[in-house]
Design a protein around this ligand. Structure first.
Ligand code: URA
Length: 236
């Protein structure tokens, strides 16, 4: 397979953008920079982009990680903070990237993959996979406020899509409400901003599910590989 087609099939970028990567010297085959666009990749070739191994579809990696707070969910950080990749050192040489983001203070389910096609599909605004969060907020929240949030509330000048919110408990001593929040969008700091619009401060936020994928028994700071059924459910 020609090098640009190979890179596109790995989900790195379009064939045209892949050509640019090759020409700019970012692509190595078996450790040597290849700038020749007519290069045909062999089954035994080890291909890297920016020194990270890339894989054809059947070899993709899909991880479910339980992000603790205090980690950024990008693959590098200008401020030198710890990234989620620091939690998966076994994949240091793999071109792994997160599907969507969790903010620095938020914990819970983050998917990491080498499958650029799937990541782009799931992150596209038209793709409305549900995301479930547990949120703790200061003080009480009324039925009316919950309804307001559910029907859509303006954040950053745009109304949010409908969401589902359930009051799961109220700690009468600490005066903290515990809620389950299900949204289908992935706007920046969406859950925090939704509550902020009602002057409610989120003091704890954790994502517990994406679609039918539950974080389940993955303890904080660790990860596991998805099984074939789970991968298929994301690709549906
Ligand atoms: N909503 C937030 O406020 N933060 C996240 O990380 C995800 C959703």
């Amino acid at each position: 397979m020609r090098i640009n087609k190979y890179l596109a099939s790995c989900g790195i970028s379009s064939r045209r953008k892949s050509e640019e990567l090759v020409v700019s010297g970012k692509v190595k085959i078996n450790g040597r920079i290849i700038k020749d666009l007519s290069y045909l990749v062999k089954k035994t070739d080890l291909v890297t982009v920016d020194n990270k191994k890339v894989f054809l579809n059947e070899k993709h990696v899909y991880l479910m990680l339980n992000k603790p707070k205090g980690f950024v969910s990008t693959t590098n950080d200008d401020l030198g903070r710890k990234t989620v990749l620091d939690l998966a050192p076994a994949f240091r040489d793999t071109r792994l990237f997160p599907i969507g983001r969790l903010d620095y203070e938020t914990e819970g389910l983050l998917l990491l993959t080498t499958d650029g096609d799937l990541a782009n599909k799931l992150m596209h605004p038209s793709h409305q996979i549900s995301k479930t969060y547990v949120a703790k907020i200061e003080g009480e929240i009324t039925e009316e406020e919950i309804k307001k949030l559910e029907s859509g509330i303006v954040i950053d000048g745009i109304k949010t899509k409908k969401s589902k919110i359930r009051l799961a408990g109220f700690d009468t001593e600490k005066k903290i409400s515990r809620l389950e929040v299900i949204i289908s969008e992935g706007r920046n700091r969406q859950v925090r901003k939704m509550f902020d619009a009602l002057n409610k401060e989120v003091i704890f936020l954790k994502r517990t599910a994406i679609g039918s994928l539950q974080l389940g028994g993955v303890t904080r700071g660790t990860y596991r590989e998805l099984n074939a059924k789970e991968i298929a459910s994301l690709k549906k």
